[in-house]
Design a protein around this ligand. Sequence first.
Ligand SMILES: Cc1cc2nc3c(=O)[nH]c(=O)nc-3n(C[C@H](O)[C@H](O)[C@H](O)COP(=O)(O)O)c2cc1C
Length: 279
Amino acid sequence: MGKLADLAAQRFGMDTNVGEVAPGPGQDTLAALLSHRTHRRFLDDPVAEETLNLLYACALSAPAKSDLQQIAIIRIQDPEKRAAIAALMPDMGWIGTCPVFLLFCGDSRRIRRLSELRGHPFANDHLDAFLNAAVDTGLVLQNFITAAEAAGLGCCPISVVRNHINTIAEITALPDYVFPLAGMCLGYPAHPGFTSTRLPPEIVVHTDQYDDSQLPEQIDAYDHRRHGIYTIPPEKYRKMAEYGEVDFYGWSEDKTRQVSVRERDDLADYLRRHKFTLE
Ligand SMILES: Cc1cc2nc3c(=O)[nH]c(=O)nc-3n(C[C@H](O)[C@H](O)[C@H](O)COP(=O)(O)O)c2cc1C
């Protein structure tokens, strides 16, 4: 098996018939994408300012809808602010211990201020304004992760900041038209981490029309394949009091238990109070 086919097989736990490219920088980039891992344990080693600046530069090189660049990154440096944010999410110790913690925000404020400064109306004040800022921010976030990994660092994005959106916004003084998309833990990994087995292209990629008619069988196969690579230990089973024991606890059991808990009810309210029109 070639290098890329081998990494793709690790990613999916199966052969997905991927092609190879000649050895060189292109192959290295593809290999890096296939090798992505989230990291949650970090060395104490600091991240040099120049390195962080390099990551910002790479992250901000992401494509942006209409070149509007609707993103703001807030670096949390004040130890009291960091401790206050970490205390909101005590289950995720890495938020308090990682060498660098950032907040990636969608920013629809800047372009509106510029519209005002230039004396033009901001015409598309509807749901799309929110969506565009969210997508831009997601792309910057991904570039940041890819750049960090290439520089030997590791990342963990934190969407749980949205479970505490009002407090986070207060701590970081987020104005109208700015919303937190995700936090970002950054540091040198203390552990190699592991490759998380993804849903295979046969489930995710459709030809000409959407077709999930084979979903139950396909997910069953995925669950078992994933279980063979990494078995979720019983102490990590979620919501046992509500749903109890099952014959087989795989990814789909775990994820559907996870999403059975209602959260982030105040997100739409936050966005409306920060002046977004979600219609
Ligand atoms: C937008 C986003 C938000 C995330 N939020 C969290 C989080 O709050 N806490 C956490 O530990 N991991 C978080 N993660 C990491 C995911 O759990 C991780 O990407 C996923 O389990 C797949 O693992 P992998 O990235 O190692 O392939 C987040 C990832 C993304 C892309």
